[in-house]
Every structure is written in structure tokens, then in C-alpha cells.
Design a protein around this ligand. Structure first.
Ligand code: ACM
Length: 274
């Protein structure tokens, strides 16, 4: 599978120009799977509910999904991208997958980060894996990485590669993904953005760290992008390596799990009785 990412710096609120920029970049390359950043059409640092509502769009009926579904059909490839998804009164920080037959599905971010909690509803889709002709593709969005449960669940569901649209501002994720990939024997493609947004007079600017990354099943960093530049990059991934979970002749990392002893993992700590 030839898979990779497109890293760039979206301009806040300029949804048409951001989409055009991505379409140009994605049209001129050949690949099986490409991942775009989280919220790649809108930008990230919203200042009001009205703004989020105005900039969000329906999926699959909005213009972004129409354009990218058309492109994935034309090219016979898979495209995963982050989008502000409007569904009635609710807005989700979502990621969409399109393939050779067009729109395939939507994942709504489970673990919202920082001020996202002001603008977006917590994801209600649950984790999803798409069994495609090029391999099994799971999706998580940015801060989901911080919860090992996300990559674990996707791997238990059979993901061989995790598409990971991101808008990272903290430095930890690129060095954290190797452990997510090693402990699950799965590939990950983290597509981050670059640039700075400074949209509040009284709040800190946000600088996005770039450093998009393709991480291998042994935790190796196959490729890491620069912190600041636009970059489209692909690698050849051998998904056979993600299919076998045998660690040695005695250990299978999935079968050796002990869910009988993991009950606390699903305790709800918001519940006063816990
Ligand atoms: C993030 O979840 N955008 C850090």
C-alpha cells in the first residue's frame, strides 16, 4: 500500500481556498491512501458558536465531501480528512473516509481537546474500521492518541493502518505514536498542520507543530515531516506486518491480553460512586 499525508497550513475561515489547495496537491500524485489534517478546511481556533456553525458543513452532502469523494473516485484511491461536521443542531469534530466508490463513512472525534469542548459535541460514532481492498483502515483524530484505548480498540477491530488527522500544538504526539504502534503492531499516519492562529485578543496564539509522521508496526519512525513546511509524502507499507500479532513463539500481543483483569479500565470516574 502506498500511503502518506499532506501537511500544510490552512488559512482560518477560508474554506474554499483551503479545499482548493488540498485538491491541487492531491490531484497531482499517485497513491492508495492519503490523510489530511484535522479541520483542514476551517482552521482551528474558533471564537464563537456562530463562527463554528457558519463554517461547518454537512457530511456527505457538503461541498468538501462532494469534492473529495469525486477525486477519490477519479483516482481510485482512499482519502481521509478532518472536517467540522454539522448534523442538525450539533457540530462534531469529524474525520471522513472516501474511496473508489465515493463517500464511505464518518468518525466523530471521541476525546475533544482544550477549547474544542466549547464548540463541538463529543463524538458519538464510536471507533470504526473500514475493510477495504487495500487493507483495513481505522481512524482516530488528534488527541484521541493520548488515550491508548483508541488505538487499542481500532487494532482489536482489525485496523492495519490508523489514519490520524491532527492539529497538534503540544510536542508529545510524534514521540508517543511509536509506542501506540508497537503495542498494537499497527501502522499510523499522523497528518498534522503547520502555522499559527492568533484569533483572540486575550488568549494565547496557537502554533501547530507540523512533524506529520508515518509510524511502523515496530514503533519505528518511517518518516517525520518538518515542523514548518508544506509537505506531501508517501511510503510503501507492508500491511502483512500489521496482520500478525505474534511477538515471538510464546506471545501474541492481542491474544495475551487479560480483559478478565481490566475491569477498572471501563469505570466511569465521573460517577461519584466510583
Ligand atoms: C488536538 O486534539 N487537536 C490536539
Amino acid at each position: 500500500m502506498k500511503a502518506g499525508f499532506y501537511q500544510f497550513g490552512p488559512v482560518f475561515g477560508d474554506t474554499g481556498a483551503n479545499l482548493d489547495k488540498a485538491l491541487n496537491a492531491l490531484s497531482s500524485e499517485e497513491y492508495d491512501l492519503i490523510v489530511l489534517p484535522e479541520l483542514f478546511t476551517t482552521g482551528y481556533q474558533f471564537t464563537s458558536e456562530e463562527e463554528v456553525s457558519y463554517l461547518s458543513e454537512k457530511v456527505p452532502d457538503g461541498p468538501t465531501t462532494a469534492s473529495l469523494a469525486r477525486l477519490s473516485v477519479e483516482k481510485g484511491c482512499y482519502i481521509v480528512y478532518g472536517i467540522a461536521e454539522k448534523d442538525g443542531e450539533q457540530i462534531f469534530n469529524s474525520a471522513v473516509i472516501c474511496g473508489p466508490d465515493g463517500y464511505m463513512g464518518t468518525y466523530r472525534k471521541t476525546h475533544l481537546f482544550f477549547e474544542e469542548t466549547l464548540w463541538f459535541s463529543p463524538g458519538n460514532s464510536g471507533f470504526k474500521v473500514w475493510d477495504t481492498e487495500i487493507g483495513r483502515i481505522g481512524i482516530m483524530v488528534c488527541f484521541d492518541w493520548f488515550y491508548p484505548e483508541s488505538a487499542r480498540i481500532l487494532s482489536i477491530m482489525g485496523a492495519e493502518v490508523i489514519a490520524h488527522p491532527s492539529n497538534l500544538v503540544l510536542p508529545y504526539c510524534p514521540d508517543g505514536m511509536p509506542m501506540r504502534c508497537l503495542e498494537n503492531s499497527v501502522y499510523a499516519i499522523t497528518a498534522n498542520r503547520t502555522g499559527t492562529e492568533d484569533r483572540h485578543e486575550d488568549k494565547k496564539a496557537l502554533t501547530f507543530i507540523g512533524s506529520s509522521q508515518i509510524t511502523g508496526t515496530k514503533g519505528e519512525i518511517i518518516h517525520r515531516a518538518s515542523g514548518t513546511n508544506d509537505e506531501i509524502h508517501f511510503e510503501e507499507l507492508d500491511l502483512e506486518l500489521a496482520r500478525s500479532k505474534d511477538f515471538n513463539q510464546y506471545n501474541n500481543i492481542m491474544k495475551d491480553r487479560r480483559p478478565d483483569l481490566y475491569g477498572k479500565l471501563t469505570d466511569d470516574l465521573n460517577d461519584d460512586n466510583s
